[in-house]
Every structure is written in C-alpha cells, then in structure tokens.
Design a protein around this ligand. Structure first.
Ligand code: ADP
Length: 429
C-alpha cells in the first residue's frame, strides 16, 4: 500500500472518530457522521471531476490538490510524459524508416497478414501505378494479377525470388516476413536486363544454327578429300575431323542450353519412369566407355513428372563427366534412391576429384577446372550448365560433393511434390 493511500485512510478514520466524538457530545451522532462523509464524498467527486477534465486535455500542469489525489495526479503526469517520449521516439523511427524506404530504388510495399497493402513507397507507386487514397487496404493480388504471383503467395516459398511477366514488363520480386504476420514486398523492373538476355540468347541460337550448315559442308569435303588422298598421310584429315567434331558438339550443346533457357517449362511433361531411364543411361554409358571403367547401377523404383529427354540429357552429362574424369579401371556408380525429401539421382566416381574452390562455379557456362584436360577429353565446359538448367525446370537441385584425388558425387535432388512446385527459373548460370 502506498504511503499516500495509508495517509488518506488515517485521515478518513480521524475524521470519522472526530465526528463520533462531536456527535456523541452534541446528541447528533448520525447527522455529524453524515456531514463528514458527505464532505469526504464531495471532495472526492471534485477531484474525479478535475481528473476527468485533465485527462480530456492532458497538460504539463495538474490541478492543485492534496492527499492521495496529489499522488494520482503526479503519477498520471509521469505516465503521460513517458508516453509522449516513446511516441516521439516511435515517430522518429517511423520517419527515418519512411525516408530510407522512399530513397530505395526498389518498389517496396508493406502487406498485412491478409496480404492487403498497408504502406508503399514512391517507387512502388510508380511501378504498380498505386495511389495513396485508393490502394491502401486492398489485396495485393488485385494489383499484381499474374497467377504465378498468387501461387507464390499461397506457397509461401519466400526464400526464392520470383521473376515473372506483367503486361509488357518483367519483374523480379522478393517477399520477407516481418513482425506479427506482416510482409515486406520489394520488386524491381528487370525488363531491360531480360531483353538483353533474350537478345544474347537469340544471337547464340541463330549463330549456332547458321554455323551448322558450313560445318556439314566442311565435313562432307573432308570425307571426299580423304577418299581422294590415295596413300598420303591421313593425320591432317584426322585432325580436321576431330576439330569439326568438337565444333559440332559445341554447337549442339549451345543450342540445347539456349532451348533450356528459352522456355519456362519443359514441353511434353509426362510421368517418367526413372528406373527405366537410368537403365537406358547405364547401357549408353557402357557402350561409350568400352569397358574402360567399372560402371554399376543401383536403383530404387521411382517416377517423376517431367520431360524424359531433358532428364536423360542431364543424367547422361553427369555420366559422361564421370567417365572423362576417372582414370581407367576406376569405379563409377549410377544410383537412384528415394526418401521423405524426394528422389535423388546421382553419379559417384572414384576419379580425379575437384578442389573446393571450384565447386561453386562448376555450373557456369565454360567454367572448367583444367581447360586443357577438358578439351582433350572432348569436353565443352557446358555440360554442368545444361544439367543445372534442366534440373531448375523440374524443380530439382544439383548437389556436388568432391574431394581432390578421391572422387566426386553429383546428385540431382527432386522434391516429392513434382510439378506442382516447379518454380519459374529466375537466374541464368
Ligand atoms: P566439360 O565439358 O569441360 O566436362 P562440364 O560443365 O561438364 O564441362 O564440367 C565443368 C568442369 O567440372 C569440367 O571441366 C571438370 O573440370 C569438372 N568436372 C565435372 N565433372 C567432374 C567429375 N566427375 N570429376 C572431376 N571433375 C569434374
């Protein structure tokens, strides 16, 4: 109990005692008691009235009073001061947040737990044509209408950025959850970058296509010249033939990569029997290898919605690499297993291995650990880029583990849900 309140009770008791004494002497005990209590009630009513007035318009100065009411006013003023201070601090933080988000080049939108717009910055207003009066509180799906965005919101896989087309523009968008059920959406217009990418892709596709015809003509001429050469040395013809073969492989891989980048989803999706597909890959591996390695296949029954040819190209690239980078008689294992996470298809070899610093870059186009060795083995530096793109389009991820001198594991991890979760590819390797 506070000292002010204790004092108040003592005073009240003293007043009542005095009233009893005076009342007993004057033979008017009841009237005196009523008078004292009425005075006390009036005093409290007066203070209640003052406090109500002060609360309607709190100021620095409180009404003059005493006793417990003085304590009440003192504490109210203190609370009011503290409240004003924290409001000021919050306003400063909010101001600073708004200033910094207004300076952001990214369109930034704050969404509530119902995915309705709570706040947006000028970049968002410009990008999505938003207006302060009309668009606060409306669902974001009424502004960003493509179904791929609604799916993204529903699936809540916000660790991946989403890239998609809206009318004539390409947008890249991120969502980060914060606070209690709020979301920060940031978006950027990547139309120009996309157009440049498209131009680059078209150029490579056209150039590769155009180069195929002269290459076929050259190959034809070499064959004719070889037939005409008689007893002359065949080495120059072999060399030219090797190089034209290399060029043909390079053009084909470039065209495959361009095709994989071009379309968002594989054509001809169908349930693919992975066991049967790996049996085919295994037979092809045996025929390419010509008995130089010990190749094994271990597989569990598995099926995946996808494009059989693309998956076959991806797995075949991994097997070809294992054959290329494993010394003769070394062992290579092609496998497929399933668990709660999904389907895992991989190739493990006891080959030359790769040191750690290269692993993060292996899926970049033309990235090779040892360019000379790769060329010698008929490599183009595009194999793993093709694998990555083919997997992206099937919702899969490439996992690489390798130890220099001991061997490598290349594993394709496919989620169980299959096609429903295939993301729109956003980045190129
Ligand atoms: P390449 O056509 O040169 O094989 P890839 O894109 O398929 O190109 O592979 C990129 C590089 O990764 C290769 O040049 C090679 O250095 C390395 N690599 C790929 N697979 C293996 C493997 N199984 N063992 C060792 N190195 C590998």
């Amino acid at each position: 109990m506070s000292s002010g309140f204790r004092r108040e009770i003592i005073l009240l008791l003293a007043g009542i005692t005095l009233a009893v004494i005076v009342g007993s002497f004057s033979d008017a005990l009841f009237e005196t008691l009523c008078a004292v209590l009425a005075a006390y009630l009036a005093w409290n009513l007066y203070n209640l009235y003052m406090i109500t007035r002060w609360l309607e318009k709190p100021g620095k100065n409180t009404p003059e009073t005493w006793g417990v009411w003085n304590d009440v006013f003192y504490n109210l003023v203190r609370l009011n001061k503290r409240h004003r201070k924290s409001r000021k601090r919050l306003a400063t933080i909010l101001n600073r947040f708004q200033q910094s988000t207004q300076a952001l080049p990214y369109a930034t939108i704050v969404l509530n737990d119902m995915n309705e717009i709570d706040w947006f910055n000028p970049a968002a207003a410009a990008l999505f044509n938003l207006h302060q009066q009309d668009n606060i509180g409306i669902p974001i799906t009424r502004i960003i209408r493509p179904s791929v965005f609604s799916r993204y919101l529903r699936d809540k896989k916000f660790d991946q950025a989403l890239e998609f087309k809206m009318l004539t523009r390409s947008l890249k968008l991120n969502i980060s959850p914060f606070g209690k059920g709020s979301f920060l959406l940031s978006a950027i217009d990547v139309t120009e970058r996309r157009q440049l990418d498209d131009m680059r892709r078209d150029f490579i596709a056209n150039a590769s296509h155009e180069l195929r015809t002269p290459l076929t003509v050259i190959t034809g001429y070499i064959e004719t010249m070889r037939e005409m050469k008689g007893d002359c040395d065949s080495l120059p013809f072999d060399r030219v033939e090797q190089q034209t073969e290399r060029m043909r492989t390079l053009l084909e891989e470039l065209m495959t990569l361009t095709r994989l980048e071009e379309e968002e989803r594989p054509d001809g999706m169908e349930p693919v029997d992975i066991t049967a597909l790996l049996e085919d890959v295994y037979q092809d591996a045996l025929s390419i290898d010509k008995g130089l390695h010990n190749i094994r296949l271990t597989t569990e029954p598995a099926s995946l919605d996808g494009n059989r040819e693309e998956l076959r190209t991806a797995f075949m690239n991994l097997v070809t690499n294992a054959i290329r980078y494993t010394p003769e008689q070394g062992s290579i294992r092609i496998f497929c297993n399933t668990d709660k996470q999904g389907i895992h298809v991989g190739v493990e070899d006891k080959g030359i291995g790769i040191s750690q610093q290269h692993i993060g870059r292996l899926t970049e186009r033309f990235y090779r650990v040892d360019t000379g060795r790769s060329r010698e083995n008929g490599g183009t530096g595009l194999g793993l880029a093709i694998v990555k793109h083919a997997l992206d389009r099937h919702g899969g991820k490439l996992h690489i583990h390798s130890v220099l001198g001991l061997g490598s594991l290349f594993r394709c991890d496919f989620p169980l849900q299959g096609l429903a979760s295939v993301p729109v590819p956003s980045e190129t390797a």
